[in-house]
Each structure stands twice: as C-alpha cells, then as structure tokens.
Design a protein around this ligand. Structure first.
Ligand SMILES: [Zn+2]
Length: 303
C-alpha cells in the first residue's frame, strides 16, 4: 500500500506491472483541486493531479505556484501526487518556449514529476532535450515523462478528419523510434500517439463535446513490447471504455483527463455564476463517474 513516502516512480512501476490505471486529472481552474483530491480519498483511488501551460494561460489555474500551494494545503499525498504536464519545447502555436526555466521552476516548486514535450521536434533533438531534462530531474529524484509521436488537438484551427487520421496512422508513435528514444534518454514514462487526441483548448471547439477517439491496440502492443516502461495516454476524455481497458492491459499506466472535468466545472458556473461550490460539486460527480467507469475505485489498496 502507498504511504506518503512511496515515490511516484515506484507507484507507476507497480501500476504498470499490475495493469492498474492511474488517472491524471488536469486542473484548469484552481477550485477544481479540492473536489479532485477529496473524491480520491473518499474512493480510495490513487491518481495524479496535473497542470499544463494552457490551464494556466488560457483557463483559470492562475499559476504553477498557485496550483502547487493549493495542492500542498489540500491533498492527502497517500492518494495523489502533483505532476507538471506538457512543458513544450515548441508550443501549439509554433512558438519557442523557455522549457528549461519552466522545468526548473516546477522542480523548485515541489512537483513530484515533470513532462517535457519535444514531440514537435525531429527525433534527434527530442532525444537530446529529453535526456537533458532526465539528468536534471533525476538529480532531484523525480521521474520524467516525454512524448513521441503527434497527439493532435491543442493546435488552433480544424483537426484533419479523424477517420482518416486513424486509418492512416499518421502521427502515430513509431515502435522502433520509441525503443531507441527510451534507451537513449532514460525517460521514465512515455506519452504515445495511437489514435488519441487532445481536447480543444481554443475557439468554440473548447466548449463542444469532444469527438470519441479510438485506439489502435495492436500498435500499442508493439510499442509496449519494445519499450517496457509505463506508457501514457493523453486526451483521455471521450475514449470509449473498452479501448481504455484494453490499453491498460497493454502498457498504458497513466491517462490524462482534462476536457470532461473542465467542462463540468465551466457549465455549472455558466448556469450559476456565483456558486463555486456547485461547480466543485459537479467536478466531484464527474471524477467519481470516471473512477467507476475505469474501475479504479480502491486502487490505492491494490498498489
Ligand atoms: Zn497532453
């Protein structure tokens, strides 16, 4: 069983070995932290609480510091840890990001794990930058997640037709590249593209229902066979349960969930603008529903 001292690397390794999913809930608005951590404790479920740049810059997570402070004051660390999601080298708008400063800030603020996203770079550069972050972060004893392949959806403008994307496998993580990437970088967890897409974060699409993405499980099996480390699925909202359960049997250990809990919060505030508590309650209801859907109630006891 997990206690406050169990490292998140160890927790993810156990989950990977035993085929137990660790959901990772994105905090798009600061008041979402409380219903997430309270529900995890109530349901005896282990999960990650995470925040990414769009949560801070486009939504209401305020700052990485505020999230760390709020999490630190509310969370029971037996049931969750704090993860710094998506520090891109080049962001969704094609702009260069001062990634090393952001990673260093996350480590200094006490984030338990960090993600460097060099997926928009050529393989060689993604390897070099990820290796640098791994060296830095491992110096603090914190694991690193990286991404290989193109998990689309955060970019402004229309997504290519989904069926075509899925059928062609365009942007999917190449299994041989993944093997080499893991070997050369020493990365702890790898985010893969196997049909999953991110929820929209801009324009009118961010408020619309997300399309129901599918997963190529055979492709995932090939990646898992060659990498043998915990794999991560971004864009978890809206993927039918059957695909998720199969994916978890084949290496997916962490699944990011952003859109569905963000929309639950925002919808409630739209109806009752002054009632933050009602919006928090909607987040709790959605987190509970997801825990039940993915059968992770009581996972804390099994990890
Ligand atoms: Zn992502």
């Amino acid at each position: 069983m997990i206690d406050e001292k169990t490292s998140v690397s160890e927790i993810m390794r156990r989950a990977y070995k035993n085929g137990i999913l660790i959901p990772a809930f994105n905090v798009a608005h600061l008041p979402m932290i409380k219903p997430i951590v309270d529900t995890l404790k109530e349901m005896r479920t282990f999960a990650l609480v995470e925040v990414a740049r769009p949560d801070v810059e486009r939504f209401g997570a305020k700052s990485f510091q505020s999230v760390a402070d709020e999490y630190g004051s509310l969370a029971d660390r037996r049931f969750s840890r704090l993860h710094l999601d998506h520090i891109p080298v080049i962001d969704e708008d094609g702009k260069k990001v001062d990634w090393i400063a952001l990673i260093k800030m996350g480590l200094a603020l006490g984030y338990d794990s960090v993600m460097i996203d060099g997926s928009r770079l050529p393989l060689e550069e993604n390897v070099a930058i990820t290796r640098e972050v791994v060296e830095l972060s491992h110096g603090y004893g914190r694991p690193v997640e990286a991404e290989l392949g193109a998990v689309l959806g955060h970019e402004a403008g229309p997504l290519p037709p989904y069926e075509e994307l899925f059928r062609s496998g365009r942007g999917f993580t190449d299994p041989e590249d993944a093997e080499r990437f893991v070997r050369e970088t020493g990365v702890d967890w790898l985010s893969v593209a196997i049909g999953n897409i991110h929820g929209a974060i801009s324009g009118v699409a961010k408020d619309k229902k997300k399309i129901s993405a599918r997963l190529n499980i055979d492709h995932l099996k090939r990646i898992n066979r060659l990498t043998k480390i915990p794999l991560v699925l971004h864009g978890g909202s809206g993927i039918p349960k059957g695909y998720v359960m199969e994916a978890v049997k084949n290496g997916i250990t962490k699944m990011n969930i952003g859109t569905s809990i963000r929309q639950a919060y925002e919808r409630s505030l739209l109806e009752k603008p002054d009632d933050v508590e009602a919006a928090q309650e909607e987040v709790a209801v959605e987190v509970k529903r997801l825990i039940e859907e993915y059968e992770v109630e009581g996972s804390w006891e099994r990890l």
